[in-house]
Design a protein around this ligand. Structure first.
Ligand code: ADP
Length: 588
C-alpha cells in the first residue's frame, strides 16, 4: 500500500473526482435545463394564448358547433390543442376531443388560476389525451370586462421531453467526450511527470553508486527545471568535494607510504585507524587490511601497545625509546593524542623513528673513543713508566738506560703510527664527505709497481716472492695515492702475518663493469668468524701478535674507507691454512 504509484495515489482519485463533478454538473445542469425549458415553453404558451385570445371573435354570436370548429381551425394554425370553456366550466369546444364527452373543467388548476389571475398554467396528466400536457388558460373578457369563458391552449409534454432528451443526450455526449479528453490528458500528464520522476530516481541511483559525473537533462517545466538544476548543482558540488577528499586522501596515503618513519593511529577503543608501510615492516604486519582491527591482535609488541595506550589516556604528547630485541632495532616513539575540531578525543597517533643506525653510530663512537684511548694509553703508560725508571736512577746504568730509551723511542714511534693512521682515516672520511676526492682515469700497473718497489727489500729479506699480474694497458678511475696506500696496507699485512715461500700475488683486472684489485697470500688464513669485523677500527684477530708486529689495528679500516671513497667495497676470502685474498672492488 505504501508503495502505490502516483497513478493510484493522485491520478485515479483525481479522475474519480472529475467524474463526480461531471455527473454533478450533468445532474444539476439537466434540472436547470428542464426548468428553463418548462419556463420558456410556459411563457411561449402564455404568449400564444394571449395572441389567440386577442384574435378570438365574439363568442356569444357562435353556437357550440361553430365554437368547436373555431377550436379546430385555431389548433391547425397554432399547432396546439385548443379548448373553449364556458364560465361554469362546461367545455364548449375542443380541437382534439368531442366536447360533449368531456367533463366539466371548472376544477382544472389552470382554470382555477385563470379565474383568480386572468391567466393560469399547469402541467398535468390529461385523462382525455392520456399523456402529460402543458396547459395555459386565459379568461375571455368582453368589452365591459365580464368573463365570457376560458380559452385554453395545451401542448403535450412529449415534445418538451423530446427536446429535453435530445439536448441532454448532446450534453451527455459532450460530457463524455470531455471526460475522455480529460482522462487522456491526465494520463499523458501523469506519464510525463512520472517519466521525469523516474529520470530523477534513476539519476539519484547512479549517484548513489558513485557515478557523480552523471547529470540529469534539464526539463522545460518550471518546477522540474528548478528541481533538476538544484539537484545537478548539488551533485556537482558533491563531486568536487569528493574529488578533493579523494585527492587529499591519496596525498595523505602517498605521504604516509613514502615516509621513512612508521606511523600508527588508533581510536579510543584501541582499534587501528591507520598504519603505514614502514610501521608494517617494523612490526611484521602482513595482513592486507587491518583498519578497524584491535591493536593487540595486529601488532604483537607489548612496548608499542603500552605506549599507545598511554598516549590514548594522556593529555600531552609523549616520547619514549624502545628496542625490538629479535631484530636488534631501536625505535624512538613520539605519541600525540588525536583530537577532533571540537576538542573531542578521537584516538592516538604515534610516529616511530628507526634510530638503530644512530645507536650503532653512537656505540661505534663510544667504542672508538675507548679503543683510541686504550691504544694510546698502552704506549704512553710504557713511555711514562720507563721515564720514571730512568729518573729514579736507571740513567746511571748505561746499558739499561740505552735499552729503556730504545723502548721509549719504539713506543713513541708506535704512538706516531697510530696517530698517522687515525689522521689518514679521518682525512679520507672528510674528503669523502665533502666529495673532494680527486678521482681520475689512471694506468694501474705503475701505481702497483711503485708500492711493490717500496716493499721489495722487506719481501726479499723475508724470502717472500712478490708477483704482479696486471696488464700494462689497464686503466681505472681511481685516486692513485689512496690506492697505493690501500695496496701498501694489504701487502704490509701479508708480509706480517702470512710469510710463506709461496709468496704474495698482487692482481688487478677489469671484470665487466668492475675494476678488481686483490692481494693474495698463502699464509695461515683468517677464521670465518672474524671476517665480518675484520675491517672495523682496532679490530685484530690476535691482539698480542698484532701489537708485537707493530700493527695499529687500523690498516684494514683504512683499506675499507679507501674502497668506500671510490664507491666500491672490500671483502676477504680466506680459509685457515690456505691463505687469504683481500679484494677491492670498484665500479668501473
Ligand atoms: P694490524 O695493524 O693489526 O695489522 P689491520 O687492520 O691491518 O691491523 O689487520 C687487522 C687484523 O687482521 C690483524 O690484526 C690480523 O690479525 C688480521 N690480518 C690482516 N691481514 C692478514 C693476513 N694477510 N693474514 C692473516 N691475518 C691477517
Amino acid at each position: 500500500m505504501r508503495n502505490r504509484s502516483l497513478l493510484w495515489k493522485i491520478v485515479l482519485p483525481y479522475l474519480f473526482l472529475m467524474s463526480l463533478v461531471l455527473v454533478g454538473i450533468g445532474w444539476y445542469g439537466g434540472r436547470a435545463l428542464t426548468r428553463f425549458f418548462v419556463q420558456e415553453t410556459t411563457q411561449d404558451m402564455v404568449m400564444r394564448t394571449r395572441l389567440v385570445n386577442q384574435n378570438l371573435p365574439r363568442l356569444d354570436s357562435l353556437n357550440l358547433t361553430e365554437k368547436d370548429d373555431l377550436c379546430q381551425a385555431l389548433s391547425t394554425e397554432t399547432a396546439t390543442r385548443i379548448t373553449l370553456i364556458g364560465p361554469d366550466g362546461t367545455v364548449w369546444g375542443d380541437s382534439h376531443e368531442n366536447p360533449e364527452l368531456m367533463d366539466n373543467h371548472a376544477d382544472r388548476p389552470e382554470i382555477l388560476a385563470a379565474q383568480d389571475n386572468g391567466v393560469g398554467t399547469a402541467i398535468r396528466y390529461s385523462f382525455t389525451r392520456e399523456l402529460d400536457m402543458l396547459y395555459c388558460a386565459q379568461t375571455i373578457v368582453d368589452e365591459s370586462g365580464q368573463v365570457q369563458g376560458f380559452l385554453r391552449l395545451a401542448v403535450p409534454m412529449e415534445n418538451l421531453a423530446g427536446a429535453l432528451t435530445a439536448t441532454r443526450n448532446t450534453l451527455l455526449l459532450g460530457g463524455l467526450v470531455f471526460f475522455l479528453v480529460v482522462i487522456i490528458v491526465t494520463i499523458l500528464i501523469w506519464y510525463h511527470v512520472s517519466k521525469m520522476l523516474e529520470n530523477i530516481t534513476a539519476a539519484t541511483q547512479r549517484w548513489a553508486q558513485g557515478d557523480l559525473a552523471y547529470r540529469i537533462r534539464v526539463p522545460d517545466e518550471k518546477e522540474f527545471h528548478r528541481l533538476v538544476l538544484a539537484l545537478n548543482a548539488m551533485v556537482g558540488r558533491l563531486e568536487k568535494s569528493m574529488t578533493q577528499i579523494r585527492q587529499q586522501h591519496n596525498e595523505q596515503r602517498a605521504i604516509l607510504t613514502s615516509m621513512s618513519e612508521g606511523v600508527i593511529a588508533i581510536n579510543p577503543e584501541s582499534e587501528i585507524l591507520s598504519i603505514n608501510a614502514t610501521a608494517r615492516r617494523m612490526f611484521g604486519v602482513s595482513q592486507p587490511d587491518v583498519v578497524g582491527k584491535p591493536l593487540e591482535s595486529t601488532i604483537r609488541n607489548a612496548p608499542i601497545q603500552d605506549f599507545l595506550q598511554a598516549v590514548n589516556q594522556s593529555e600531552k604528547p609523549l616520547e619514549q625509546e624502545m628496542v625490538i630485541l629479535d631484530q636488534n632495532r631501536y625505535l624512538h616513539m613520539h605519541g600525540t593524542p588525536l583530537l577532533s575540531d571540537d576538542g573531542q578525543r578521537i584516538g592516538a597517533l604515534v610516529v616511530l623513528n628507526d634510530i638503530s643506525q644512530l645507536k650503532k653510530l653512537e656505540t661505534m663512537r663510544q667504542d672508538f673513543v675507548a679503543n683510541v684511548s686504550h691504544e694510546l694509553k698502552t704506549p704512553i703508560t710504557s713511555i711514562t713508566g720507563f721515564i720514571e725508571t730512568l729518573k729514579e736512577g736507571a740513567l746511571q746504568d748505561e746499558a739499561n738506560a740505552r735499552r729503556f730509551l730504545n723502548i721509549i723511542s719504539e713506543q713513541a714511534q708506535r704512538l706516531n703510527t697510530i696517530i698517522d693512521d687515525l689522521l689518514t682515516l679521518s682525512s679520507i672520511e672528510r674528503e669523502q664527505d665533502r666529495h673532494r676526492l680527486n678521482i681520475q682515469s689512471e694506468r694501474v700497473r705503475p701505481v702497483l709497481e711503485s708500492v711493490m718497489a717500496d716493499y721489495r727489500h722487506l719481501a726479499e729479506t723475508k724470502g717472500v716472492p712478490l708477483r704482479l699480474i696486471c696488464s700494462s694497458e689497464l686503466t681505472a678511475v681511481i685516486n692513485a695515492d689512496l690506492i697505493r696506500q690501500a695496496v701498501a696496507n694489504l701487502l704490509d699485512n701479508a708480509l706480517k702475518y702470512a710469510v710463506t715461500r709461496k709468496g704474495i700475488e698482487i692482481r688487478a683486472e677489469q671484470n665487466g663493469e668492475k675494476f678488481i684489485l686483490s692481494v693474495t697470500d698463502f699464509g695461515p688464513g683468517i677464521p670465518e668468524a672474524h671476517h665480518d669485523r675484520l675491517f672495523e677500527r682496532f679490530y685484530r684477530v690476535d691482539k698480542g701478535r698484532s701489537r708485537k708486529l707493530g700493527g695499529t689495528g687500523l690498516g684494514l679500516a683504512i683499506v675499507k674507507h679507501i674502497a668506500l671513497a671510490h664507491h666500491g667495497q672490500v671483502f676477504v676470502e680466506s680459509q685457515p691454512e690456505s691463505g687469504s685474498r683481500f679484494i677491492i672492488q670498484i665500479p668501473g
